[in-house]
Design a protein. Structure first.
Length: 99
């Protein structure tokens, strides 16, 4: 890896860390108990996100994100569901032809 690329990656990571330090979640959004969605529900909700989002445009009863949830683990499952199962990483990994 060249030096400019390393500097850009380092700067991007530092910026992401700086911005994420400002993030917070209200206490009402985090819950505990057997009936509160956790990692596996987050994974499922992330996977069905595209269809849930389309449904939410037509029905106020459909939500794309469960609140309250367990917090970080639900968020991680949602992220994995959206990026991996939902096709996010698939579209980014296509090889581009060289011309």
């Amino acid at each position: 890896m060249s030096r400019p690329a390393t500097v850009r990656i380092g700067a991007a990571c530092a910026l992401a860390l700086l911005v994420s330090a400002c993030a917070s979640q209200i206490d009402a959004g985090v819950g505990a108990g057997a009936d509160v969605p956790g990692f596996w529900w987050g994974l499922w909700h992330g996977f069905v996100f595209p269809w849930a989002w389309i449904g939410s445009l037509f029905s106020p009863d459909i939500a794309v994100y469960a609140v309250p949830n367990t917090g970080g683990w639900y968020d991680f499952g949602f992220f994995v569901g959206v990026t991996v199962l939902g096709g996010g990483s698939f579209f980014g990994s296509k090889k581009r032809g060289s011309g």
